[in-house]
Design a protein around this ligand. Sequence first.
Ligand SMILES: O=CC(=O)O
Length: 374
Amino acid sequence: MFRCKAFRLAERHWFKWAKKNTTCVQSYRTDQKNTGGTILSAYQPMIMGEELPSVLISEIGGTFGILESHVEFLKKHFNLITMKEFHKNKEELHERIKSIFVFERRPVIDPELLESLPNLKVIGNSGVGVNHLNLKLITSFGVKVTNTPHAVSDSTADIGMALMLASARRLVEGCCLATSPDTTHFAVNWLGVEVSRATLGIIGMGSIGYKVAKRAKAFDMKILYHNRNRRKEEEEQEVGATYCKNIDDLLQQSDFVMLVVSLTPETHNLIGKRELELMKPTATLINICRGAVVDQDALVEALQNGVIKAAALDVTYPEPLPRNHLLLQMKNVIITPHIGTATVQALRMMTEEAVENILAVLNDLPIPSEVIPK
Ligand SMILES: O=CC(=O)O
């Protein structure tokens, strides 16, 4: 599905190039099928007699720095320069840097940084969402932006299902009941609902939305979806999904509404008071994309007034929410701290996919996942 023509072409070009120029095969990826990725990272790009390209990164280790285990892989392909090293030695380094590897939205790409790197060719974002990058500004410097849509799709779809199930079966409340010292048993009227045979409305049917649909099919859910572009008929049939051209129809009919769109000016506050009021009073809103896709004040009000039944959110704005935020105090709300891609496998594949993208740009090959500003 992911392997479009340009992608296959990139593989072929790369294969020829790699055979000619690389010294040994380095098999890092263990599950190629999972990512729909290319074979780029299967090659040690130790080009005979050539220096590895210099790539700027935020930092190694710490709370938000690149994982030590990924650094080893990155170092096989790049000469890594941390922001600290760059600031210490700008004069010498600024002309050498060809790419920036962005992980956890770091380093921050501002005009000053872009101006200081005359030979920058590509910003390789590790992750699918690029709303933290000013695409117009970056591309005005002649710099390309890439992301990693394939690597994140399984783990993010899993989180969507986990939140939907947890909310439906009141898992968090149940856990609190079980661990509370004064609870002996759950009350007989303490009931959840089943997702089986319920209607799931997926808003945003990209690679993550589609994987959610695949999973929901296994739960015998009725699946509706809304997307800018309708999926091919055979893809719809494969997961048993029905297209809703009008988002309102989906909102009115769904028991669970899952948001899986990119955050853009068009999707900012996509779900506001009007949309929440279209939903069933028994419905649950699940957000696994970006917090700002939902008007959060309208959501609080809807939850307080029983306009909808519950919400399950992996994303909010800001992140984290202030400790006194109303959403954190509601029993019918589950919040996780933006952990859609927080798995060992996803993070590893994100690094691989980002490396593939960066190498493709630096070697003038078709780029597997370029983000083009609209
Ligand atoms: O939020 C996760 C991502 O953008 O990949």
